[in-house]
Design a binder for this molecule. Structure first.
Ligand code: UDP
Length: 453
């Protein structure tokens, strides 16, 4: 029995009900549910207030989890007019039903309730504040992304809209790291973006912040974030290591790729996946395919249905590609990614650099080829390639460049050196989540913080 559970059974400390919000995005929902599982293991009763779009599957969770559906009235991310509008609609639509749920829980006699909300579901912080309940923000991104958001805002307020600008390659003045191109600019119409900023700025100030990151990895950024927010910051990552048995369950994993990997030599396979959201044009798919073929390396490729504009699945792959690579390639719709990255045969990860993917790659000691698409992925890619030096940045997707990149990572001395570094980091992750490690210590501090609320 865990320490917290024993205390509860002793009757010494009543555990507050922890209400977490779960957003419709896979990359947000998974760490939220991992956090819920971790807190549950520490004795807290858990309720999950979730969007009805991509809801969590209750059967993957302990039977005493409570699920609170929110009336989001959303049917898909697409069709709502882009990401910024989607976030606005999500927040406007969910607020009422969240307030009803919380009010009911209070009226039912739940004396102490603590709300932990995904930062993109900021309505929950506002509602908790209205009801005078403690509210803890949860960031599923890297800590470094938080100041990068502020930097983007400053650049935009100075009238710079740089998407087409040649200065994109330049380092932002007074920064020694991030270039303009690393900042999360988007194609969002400026009015929607302004509305988003206005909404965010009306958020309730959180009582504390939880980050799915690790102190040794982001020490400076965590200090910066703490200085920005002036509230306790808990770095409890990587959460997939604290809740390793949780099945995310929302996508059907094709485990036949593990059987295929079992037959490949050690560190010989490049794993390619761009997460749950990234989409690309056909031209990119074709250049990727021929680059892979020309590199002559083994590969496991996740081609998510719908990820290529206008296609069902593989029909837009260039003619002859499948035949040419049949002996050394395997394609699936969705892989058991953590298992894949931990597999002895995998030697590199060509990734969009979503934060979960970065954490999973580092935890498994796998070097990366970074091809960021949107939001926080550019900042993550910059850290992977330029700060931690455990990956290379693929600047443009052209078959010759793809071939060179894969060979640099999989075959050349450069790849060997990066692998040494990432293996050191893998060991440091193990220490961080082990007894007395920094993430375990932060988790204990978080538990104490929740109890003290
Ligand atoms: N993932 C997976 N199988 C796949 C592709 C992705 O299990 O074939 C998981 C991956 O392990 C990670 C998540 O989906 O936990 C993707 O999150 P990330 O933050 O990397 O990217 P996002 O999907 O948010 O863009």
């Amino acid at each position: 029995m865990l320490k917290r559970e024993m205390e509860e059974h002793d009757g010494r400390r009543p555990q507050p009900l922890v209400v977490l919000t779960s957003s419709p995005f896979h990359g947000h929902m998974t760490p939220t549910l991992q956090l819920a599982t971790t807190l549950h293991a520490n004795g807290f009763p858990i309720a999950i207030a979730h969007s009805n779009l991509n809801p969590p599957n209750p059967s993957n969770h302990p039977s005493d989890f409570t699920f609170l559906p929110l009336s989001d009235n959303l049917s898909a991310v697409e069709g709502t007019g882009g990401f910024a509008k989607f976030i606005n609609t999500l927040n406007n639509n969910c607020k009422g039903s969240f307030k009803e749920h919380l009010t009911r829980l209070v009226n039912e006699g739940n004396k102490s309730i603590v709300v932990i909300y995904d930062n993109i579901m900021y309505f929950a912080g506002v509602v908790a504040d209205d009801l005078n309940l403690p509210r803890i923000m949860f960031r599923t991104t890297s800590a470094a992304f938080i100041p990068a958001l502020l930097l983007r805002q400053q650049v935009r307020q100075h009238g710079r809209f740089l998407e087409e600008d040649f200065v994109m390659q330049e380092v932002v003045p007074n920064q020694n790291l991030l270039r303009y191109k690393d900042l999360p600019f988007s194609k969002t119409p400026i009015e929607d973006w302004k509305q988003n900023v206005a909404n965010y700025s009306q958020q309730a100030h959180p009582s504390a912040l939880i980050c799915n990151t690790i102190k040794f990895l982001e020490h400076e950024s965590l200090t910066q974030v703490h200085n920005m927010l002036q509230v306790p910051v808990f770095a409890v990552g990587p959460l997939h290591k604290l809740a390793p048995n949780l099945s995310s369950g929302s996508c059907q994993e094709d485990t036949s790729c593990i059987t295929w990997l079992d037959k490949q030599p050690p560190k010989s396979v490049v794993y390619i996946s761009f997460g749950s959201l990234a989409t690309m044009e056909t031209k990119m798919l074709i250049e990727m395919a021929w680059g892979l073929a020309k590199s002559n390396q083994r590969f496991l490729w996740v081609v998510r249905p719908g990820s290529v504009s206008g296609s069902e699945w593989l029909e837009l792959l260039p003619e002859g590609f499948i035949e040419e690579t049949r002996e050394r390639g395997f394609i699936v719709k969705w892989a058991p990614q953590k298992e894949v990255l931990a597999h002895f045969a995998v030697g590199g990860f060509w990734s969009h650099c979503g934060w979960n993917s970065c954490l999973e790659s580092i935890s498994s000691g796998v070097v990366m080829i970074c091809q960021p698409f949107i939001v926080d992925q550019m900042v993550n890619a910059r850290y992977v390639s330029y700060v931690w030096k455990i990956g290379l940045e693929l600047e443009w997707v052209e078959r010759g460049e793809v071939e060179r990149m894969i060979r640099r990572v999989m075959v050349d001395e450069e790849g060997v050196e990066m692998r040494v570094r990432v293996n050191d980091m893998k060991e440091m992750v193990k220490e961080a989540v082990g007894d007395d490690g920094s993430s375990q210590k932060s988790l204990e501090d978080l538990v104490d913080f929740i109890l003290s609320c």
